[in-house]
Design a protein around this ligand. Structure first.
Ligand code: BES
Ligand code: MN
Ligand code: ZN
Length: 503
C-alpha cells in the first residue's frame, strides 16, 4: 500500500522523484516556460501533446545536481469521477516506468477539484484508488528478474486544500478489494480451484476477524450439499476430481445503515466455475482459452465482501459462491440428464456448457432462504451478453426499478459501464422441457436474456438483480485503469452501492 499524504505546501523537490502536472486543453504555454524554462515550452509546443485526456509529455530536468522526472498529463476537468482515478493511475504507471520512488502530484493549479464539502473526500478516494490501481501487476508466476520492481512508495498530493485526504483510506480499501478480485481472476485454473477459493475465503475471514470484525465463514462440502439437495450444482461439479466447495461468508455490522433497526441483509452471489471446458458440449480450443475467467463473479463478491467489511458498511452482508469445475470425464453430467435443484425444480440438460446457471440456481436458492432484503448475482454467464454489449459493458437484468436506479447511479460514480437488458417473460417458452420442469438453455438469439430468465426461477420473492459480466471481467487490451487480464469489475460499483443509502 502506498503512503499517500495531502499537503497545501509545495513538497520539496528531490532527485529520483516524479513530478506530475495535470493540464487542460487550452493551458497557457507561458506557465510551462516560467516553471520549466523556454526550451521545455518549445519542445511541448512542437510535440503532439495537446493536454487532451490521454496525452502525456515526459522529460527529466536537473535539480540541485540530480535528475527529477516530470510528466505533464492531459486531463479533462477533474469533476468527472473517472478523470481523477485515471490521473492517479497514470501517475503511478509513469512512476513505475521511470523507477521513481516518490510522486509529487501537483493539483495546486488543477481546475474542478472539489476543495471542500462532501465531494472532497470522494475526489480523494478516486485519486487514491487510481494511484493504487496504477501499481497493480499480476507477477506471481514471473521469475525474479522479470518481476516489476516496486519502487513507488509514497505520494505527496499538493493541493489548495487537504480535505480530500479524508477519502484516501477509502480509495485504498476499494483498490485492494479490486486487486483481490483481479488476483483470483488472473490465477491459472490449476491454482485457482474451488479449494483455493475456499482457502482464500478462510484467509480473508481470519484476517477480518483479527481486525475485530464480526465475520463468519461456512464451507459446505459435497456431502453437505447433497443433504441440501443441491442437485444442479453437484451435477456440474461431478465431472471433476476437484471437490466442490460451497462458500458462504457472512458479516454483521456493529451499527445498522439506517440506525436503530436491525441492519438490512444483502446477499451477493458469484459464479465460481474455476474452469469451464463446456463439459460434453465441449468448447472449441479457442473458446476454452480464457475459461479460467469463469470464476470472476466469485472473485468480485469475495473481493467486494472484504472491502465492504473493511469499510464497515451498515448491512448484514453475505457472499455466496457455489464453486466447481466444469470438465469431461467418466463421471461428468451428460446431455439429457435431469438434475433436481434444492428448491425441488427439475432441469433437463440440453447443453452442459450452460453450467453457470446451474451452479447459481442452488446458490440463489440458498441465498433466498436467508430472506435477504436484496440479492444480486454476478456471473460471466453468456457469450451472448458480449455480442449484445461488447467487451467493456456489463449487462444488468432486474425487474426492480428502484434497485436498478440505485445500481446504475453507483456504477456512474464508480466509472464502471453497465447497460440494462430486459427479462422478457414470453421468452421463457424457450426453456420448456417435455421431461422436466425446464431445460437449461433456449435458442441462440437472446441467450443473455434466457439465461437471466432461467435464474429468475430460483429466486423466491426476493428483490433481485442479475449482472452478466462475461465481457468486462477480462480485458485483452488495456483501457482506463485496467491491465490485460482480470479487471475486478464490478467491485467498485458494489462498494459504491453499499456505502450509499438504498431506496
Ligand atoms: N462461461 C461461459 C460464458 C462466457 C463465454 C464467458 C465467453 C466469457 C466469455 C458460459 O458458461 C457458457 O458457456 N455459456 C454459453 C451458453 C450457451 C450454451 C447457452 C455460451 O455463452 O455460449
Ligand atoms: Mn459454459
Ligand atoms: Zn461458464
Amino acid at each position: 500500500m502506498l503512503d499517500i499524504e495531502w499537503t497545501t505546501e509545495e513538497p520539496a523537490a528531490k532527485a529520483g522523484q516524479l513530478l506530475v502536472v495535470p493540464l487542460r486543453d487550452g493551458h497557457d504555454p507561458e506557465a510551462i516556460a516560467q516553471r520549466f524554462g523556454a526550451a521545455v515550452r518549445d519542445a511541448v509546443e512542437r510535440s503532439p501533446f495537446k493536454a487532451k485526456p490521454g496525452d502525456a509529455f515526459s522529460f527529466t530536468r536537473e535539480l540541485g545536481g540530480a535528475l527529477q522526472h516530470v510528466m505533464l498529463v492531459g486531463t479533462g476537468a477533474l469533476t468527472d469521477s473517472s478523470a481523477l482515478r485515471q490521473l492517479g493511475h497514470d501517475a503511478a504507471r509513469e512512476a513505475q516506468r521511470v523507477g521513481a520512488g516518490q510522486i509529487v502530484l501537483d493539483l495546486h493549479g488543477a481546475h474542478g477539484l472539489p476543495a471542500e464539502g462532501a465531494d472532497a473526500p470522494q475526489a480523494g478516494s478516486l485519486l487514491a484508488q487510481g494511484l493504487e490501481l496504477g501499481t497493480y501487476a499480476y507477477d506471481r508466476f514471473l521469475s525474479e528478474p522479470n518481476r516489476r520492481p516496486l519502487t513507488l512508495a509514497s505520494v505527496s498530493v499538493w493541493g489548495r486544500s487537504a480535505a480530500p485526504a479524508d477519502g484516501s483510506g477509502r480509495g485504498q480499501i476499494v483498490a485492494a478489494a479490486i486487486a483481490r478480485a483481479r488476483d483470483l481472476g488472473n490465477g491459472p485454473p490449476g491454482l485457482v480451484t474451488p479449494t483455493f477459493l475456499a482457502q482464500t475465503a478462510t484467509e480473508i475471514a481470519d484476517s477480518l476477524r483479527k481486525a475485530g470484525h464480526d465475520v463468519e465463514l461456512t464451507i459446505l462440502e459435497r456431502e453437505q450439499c447433497e443433504e441440501r439437495g443441491m442437485g444442479c450444482y453437484l451435477g456440474v461439479a461431478q465431472g471433476s476430481d476437484q471437490p466442490p466447495k460451497f462458500i458462504h461468508l457472512a458479516y454483521r455490522p456493529k451499527a445498522a445503515a439506517k440506525g436503530g433497526d436491525a441492519p438490512a441483509r444483502v446477499c451477493l452471489v458469484g459464479k465460481g466455475v474455476t474452469f469451464d471446458s463446456g463439459g460434453y458440449s465441449l468448447k472449441p480450443a479457442e473458446g476454452m482459452l480464457d475459461m479460467k475467467l469463469d470464476m470472476c463473479g466469485a472473485a468480485a463478491v469475495i473481493g467486494a465482501f472484504e472491502g465492504a467489511v473493511r469499510l464497515e458498511v451498515g448491512y448484514e452482508l453475505h457472499a455466496i459462491v457455489a464453486a466447481a469445475e466444469n470438465l469431461v470425464s467418466g463421471k461428468a453430467y451428460k446431455l439429457g440428464d435431469v438434475l433436481t435443484a434444492s428448491n425441488g425444480k427439475t432441469v433437463e440438460i440440453n447443453n452442459t456448457d450452460a453450467e453457470g446457471r446451474l451452479t447459481l440456481a442452488d446458490a440463489m436458492v440458498y441465498a433466498s432462504k436467508l430472506e435477504p432484503e436484496l440479492m444480486i448475482d454476478f456471473a460471466t454467464l453468456t457469450g451472448a451478453c458480449i455480442i449484445a454489449l461488447g467487451p467493456k459493458i456489463a449487462g444488468v437484468m432486474t425487474r426492480d426499478e428502484a434497485l436498478y436506479s440505485d445500481w446504475s447511479a453507483a456504477a456512474e460514480r464508480s466509472g464502471e459501464p453497465m447497460w440494462r437488458l430486459p427479462l422478457p417473460e414470453d421468452l421463457k417458452e424457450q426453456l420448456k422441457s417435455k421431461v422436466a420442469d425446464m431445460r437449461n438453455t433456449g435458442e441462440r438469439w437472446g441467450g443473455a436474456l434466457t439465461a437471466g430468465l432461467f435464474l429468475s426461477e430460483f429466486n423466491e420473492g426476493v428483490r433481485w438483480m442479475h449482472l452478466d459480466i462475461a465481457g468486462p471481467a477480462m480485458v485483452s487490451k488495456a483501457y482506463g485503469v485496467t491491465t490485460p487480464g482480470a479487471s475486478g469489475v464490478p467491485v467498485a460499483t458494489i462498494l459504491e452501492l453499499l456505502t450509499h443509502p438504498l431506496s
